[in-house]
Design a protein around this ligand. Structure first.
Ligand code: CP
Ligand code: NVA
Length: 307
């Protein structure tokens, strides 16, 4: 049966762990495995801007021996004249997988429904699961086994990154805390899905409004932009609402002594994080960015082998 990766909990804990193991092997031997040799083509479609996702998928598909086909929606029929479903019916005749960055999660679900090739969420308004595979790989590299570690996300709790941390962290058996203003809490259904998964893995989930309560003794502190793509009209009010949620040295001092700082990038220095923190000794953001490449190569290889 075709496997899709639309949200973090599409993988079990064992599957997530196997993909991270494969990513580590691929990182150690970058051109050693060519499961897309032929070459097989992979379509990578963007409704929103991207640097890391675009480059890491393009390079990663090439590394695997495949041929990347990067499409900007503005220059395609998708989003204008053609539905996600009809687009998928056409693409599945020609490519081995479809990777899509879009707005509504429902579009990805429609794209995947009945499609014979894997569909991968390269960021939606609700989730950013490819980023989380890279983040988990990075946490493993810097801090060891994921299960039992505490990660604190501070900022926009309703964002794709916060919600993916809830699902992916719970899947990994981590203790996931989110600190966000009450009006920007994660969706209740995402929290309950994460709680259910955490109950299976030994992890836990905590949503609070107080950043200090979330960060206290945490092993990993994470934030993301306060103004996600598509929210630009709300920029001014968001900057005011989130002003108490900046990750600075004072907040980070509440975390464990050896805590690391992460950010998926791009970052707005001085808003969600100070330059001292993001450019400081605890920051592991460049390893995190590089790991997009290795994690997504492993994901594609795993999905195609599972199909
Ligand atoms: N982190 C991330 O997804 O970056 P891009 O928007 O540059 O792809
Ligand atoms: N939350 C951010 C992530 C960017 C990679 C956004 O959706 O814009």
């Amino acid at each position: 049966m075709t496997r899709h990766f639309l949200r973090d909990d599409d993988l079990t804990q064992a599957e997530q762990s196997a993909i991270l193991d494969l990513a580590a092997r691929m990182k150690a031997d970058r051109w050693g495995e060519k499961p897309l040799a032929g070459p097989q083509s992979v379509a990578v479609i963007f409704d929103k801007s991207s640097t890391r996702t675009r480059v890491s998928f393009h390079v990663g598909i090439s590394d695997l021996g495949g041929s990347p086909l990067v499409i900007t929606t503005a220059n395609s029929q998708l989003g204008g004249k053609e539905t996600p479903s009809d687009t998928a019916r056409v693409l599945e005749r020609m490519v081995s997988a479809i990777v899509w960055r879009t707005y509504a999660q429902s579009g990805l679900e429609e794209m995947a429904e009945g499609t014979r090739v894997p569909v991968v969420n390269a960021l939606s308004d609700d989730f950013h699961p490819c980023q989380l595979l890279a983040d988990l790989l990075t946490i493993r590299e810097h801090r060891g086994a994921l299960a039992g570690q505490t990660v604190a996300f501070v900022g926009d709790g309703a964002s794709n990154m916060a919600q993916s941390y809830l699902l992916a962290g719970a899947t990994a058996g981590m203790h996931v805390r989110v600190a966000a203003p009450a009006a920007f809490s994660p969706e209740a259904v995402v929290v309950s899905d994460a709680e259910r998964r955490a109950a299976e893995t030994g992890g836990s989930v905590l949503v609070v409004t107080d950043p200090v309560a979330a960060v206290a003794d945490a092993d990993v502190v994470v934030t993301d932009t306060w103004v996600s793509m598509g929210k630009e009209d709300e920029k001014q009010s968001r900057l005011e609402t989130f002003a108490g949620y900046r990750v600075d040295d004072e907040l980070l001092a509440h975390a464990a002594d050896d805590a690391v700082f992460m950010h998926c990038l791009p970052a707005d220095r001085g808003y969600e994080v100070t330059a001292e923190v993001i450019d400081g000794p605890r920051s592991i953001i460049w390893d995190e960015a590089e790991n997009r490449l290795h994690a997504q190569k492993a994901l594609l290889a795993w999905l195609l082998a599972a199909a």
